[in-house]
Ligand binder design. Structure first.
Ligand code: NGO
Length: 527
């Protein structure tokens, strides 16, 4: 065990004193100056205790970290904007000005939570049980600093933080975002940019929609034409593109460096025109359809009665399983309107068994529960616009976990207002109040909070073409969903949330994020 250094001891004592004083202050008169934490952190932490002091990062500051990756991440951001040298020591015996420590965190923080202590004399101490917790604590630390800390170029400072303690851990284990790289192709670099943006809000799952009618985006060695032909176009007729398996692995590793798990989706049995166009042998009539660049849904289906279909599914999912360290393979299953109900049930049952045989757990759109209860460990993703899905509720009663993406609240491709240039309206308009104004743990009839694994914000890309478009649709709504996924329901407060959201504006400005200036939020001048 490491010895507590004098400085850390001081931090601990001061923190304890602060907590006692704060407690006294509540009942026994003004023992300390009344002070509250600034309402700036998204998602809202579990508890924040201000001590009324501040701490300003000196130019001579140092960083120590028990985790090299998270220490390096923080140092990279701080060095760029502060211009300070901020030497980083990994696994140092005595703490730096900013110390990221894997010892001493309260048990309640769990695998992803952290305790953050800031004091005038002790600097910054983040304690967690695992590296993911340190990383999430670093996000909170960055949000307590002026927004210009996110700038890639040196800014004036001063770099002052409020003193006190934050204790924090997530409400749900699954806090996701989905990006559709099938309707329009996005490069690994564009997806890594999005990963960096998502990480700021403690998102921990990235769901990649890798295939659809308009394009197949991942190289499959046993079926090479899927990518080279099936990936050769996109909505509107552009040139499309695909990722090599090395590209995919690099994105998976990049996501892991932000403590985010990739969930790959191959959408089946519908949404498969790109595959059917690539291989005539996959079609019931042996004839390959033309590539498709429109935006209709529900017209394509894999051939359920054909044995080759299951060889295809097995080989595609087998390659993907081998490339994917995360637990889930998403098999889609939505809008199979040209497949009969019995064929659909046959197909989904076989596809689920193939996922299980490859050692992975099934994830699918909630339509898969129309084929019965999925295998143990499965997650079904609700994307409806009502609050009732009886087959999903029945599957949940049998152990299927539910991920909440109600389209009229969580779809990041819905327009904010009628005037929004990008996006669709089929599920309604989704401005900040609508994105934030629902409880994922208490939403669907017959589905209890304990059956909900978490929340995901899907971004479908029929109308989304550039990274600026992604930014515009995800921000500021994605942070609303991230807060629903992370923060305890007791913190839920629309007015307080929009104030916290406003504090993000200068950060996005500093980072060059093209966010939508929702009129529901008062954004600081200049952001
Ligand atoms: C639906 C459909 C997608 C569309 C999306 C557009 C699901 C699960 N299937 O959501 O193919 O792209 O709406 O909002």
């Amino acid at each position: 065990m490491k010895r507590l250094s004098a400085r850390r001891l001081l931090v601990v004592v001061l923190t304890a004193l602060g907590l006692v004083c704060a407690g006294l202050g509540a009942g026994a008169g003004p023992a300390v100056a009344a002070s509250t934490f600034p309402n700036v952190v998204v998602p809202a932490p579990v508890s924040e205790t201000a001590d009324g002091t501040t701490f300003t990062l000196p130019a001579t500051a140092t960083i120590t970290s028990d985790d090299a990756n998270t220490g390096g991440y923080l140092a990279g951001i701080l060095r760029a904007s502060t211009g300070y040298a901020l030497p980083l020591t990994v696994g140092a015996a005595s703490p730096g000005t900013i110390a990221l420590s894997l010892s001493g965190a309260p048990a309640s923080v769990g695998a992803e939570g952290y305790q953050l202590t800031v004091s005038t004399s002790g600097g910054v101490l983040i304690q967690a049980q695992q590296a993911a917790g340190l990383f999430h604590g670093v996000q909170t630390l960055l949000q307590l600093l002026p927004g210009s800390v996110m700038s890639p170029t040196v800014q004036p400072g001063p770099w002052t933080l409020p003193g006190g303690t934050i204790l924090d851990h997530p409400r749900f284990g699954y806090r996701g975002a989905m990006l559709d790289i099938a309707r329009h192709f996005f490069t690994p670099a564009q997806v890594e940019r999005y990963i960096d943006e998502l990480a700021l809000y403690k998102v921990n799952y990235l769901h990649l929609h890798l295939s659809d009618d308009q394009g197949w985006r991942i190289a499959v060695n046993s079926w090479p034409d899927l990518a080279t032909y099936g990936g050769s176009t996109e909505v509107g007729g552009g040139t499309g593109g695909y990722w090599t398996q090395a590209d995919y692995s690099a994105v998976v590793a990049y996501a892991a460096s932000r403590y985010m798990t990739v969930v790959p989706e191959i959408d089946m049995p519908g949404h498969t025109n790109a595959a059917l166009a690539s291989y005539a042998s996959l079609n019931c009539n042996g004839v390959a359809p033309a590539l498709y660049t429109g935006t209709n849904v529900g017209f394509s289906s894999l051939c359920v009665s054909l044995p080759l279909t299951y060889t295809f599914v097995d080989q595609v999912l087998g390659e993907l399983a081998a490339l994917t360290p995360g637990p889930y393979l998403h098999i889609g299953g939505d809008e199979a309107s040209s497949t009969s109900a019995s064929d659909y049930a046959t197909f989904i049952g076989k596809a689920e068994a193939i996922v299980t045989a490859h050692g992975k757990s099934v994830m699918g759109w909630h339509d898969i529960t129309n084929a019965g209860t999925p295998p143990a460990g499965a997650q079904a993703q609700f994307w409806g616009t009502t609050t009732s899905a009886p087959n999903l509720a029945a599957a949940a009663a049998n152990g299927t976990e539910v991920v909440m993406s109600p389209a009229n609240h969580a779809y990041l491709d819905m327009k904010y207002t009628r005037k929004t240039r990008l996006g669709q309206t089929w599920a309604g308009l989704v401005d900040v109040d609508t994105a934030y104004g629902w409880d994922p743990g208490n939403y669907l009839t017959g589905v209890s909070g304990s059956q909900v694994a978490g929340v995901e914000g899907p971004l479908w890309t029929e109308t989304i073409v550039t990274s600026a478009d992604i930014d515009y649709m995800a921000f500021p709504r994605l942070p609303a969903l991230a807060e629903l996924g992370w923060s305890p329901w007791s913190t839920h407060d629309q007015t307080a949330f929009t104030a916290r959201l406003g504090a993000q504006g200068p950060r996005w400005k500093a980072m060059g994020v093209n966010y939508y200036h929702s009129t529901q939020v008062s954004w600081p001048a200049g952001s």
